[in-house]
Design a binder for this molecule. Structure first.
Ligand SMILES: [Zn+2]
Ligand SMILES: [Zn+2]
Length: 145
């Protein structure tokens, strides 16, 4: 994992840590690298299982806490919950999700028009909207087969 994109992401991660006065520990870097390399919006448990392979002594608690810290400093997003364990998204740029109601897969997609959806008046008056994401629900290709 030494592509340019990887280096860029790691650089951004270092910067965010500095801004938030967080120490760049080997644990944090390992968790970040596993999350950044995941396209499937993994749960803390899924990240833990991967990190453990390169860092056998790390605890689930450390991984979980680290992921929550990442979402606090804007390095990752927590994906909207559905009463299941939290899922984490390394892509903090605006994009939309298709969610399979059978297997729980969360698939990214872009749609320029939906990025600019108009927030309903009533919501805008009462609340502050920080980002707009459309979540489609249905049955994914794998589950349909
Ligand atoms: Zn599915
Ligand atoms: Zn996503």
């Amino acid at each position: 994992m030494t592509s340019d994109k990887d280096t860029m992401q790691t650089e951004l991660f270092r910067k965010r840590c500095r801004e938030h006065h967080l120490k760049m520990t080997p644990q944090r870097l390992a968790v970040f690298r596993q999350l950044a390399g995941s396209r499937d919006h993994p749960s803390a448990d899924a990240v833990y299982r991967k990190v453990r392979k390169v860092m056998p002594d790390i605890s689930f608690d450390t991984v979980n806490r680290t992921l929550l810290t990442f979402s606090r400093i804007g390095v990752a997003n927590v994906v909207e919950g559905y009463g299941e364990p939290k899922r984490f998204d390394p892509d903090t740029h605006g994009h939309h999700h298709f969610r399979c109601t059978q297997c729980g897969a969360i698939i990214d997609f872009d749609n320029r028009a939906w990025d600019r959806l108009r927030v309903p008046e009533g919501i805008r008056r009462q609340h502050t909207v920080m980002n707009t994401r459309v979540v489609l629900e249905g049955v994914c290709r794998q589950c349909k087969e």
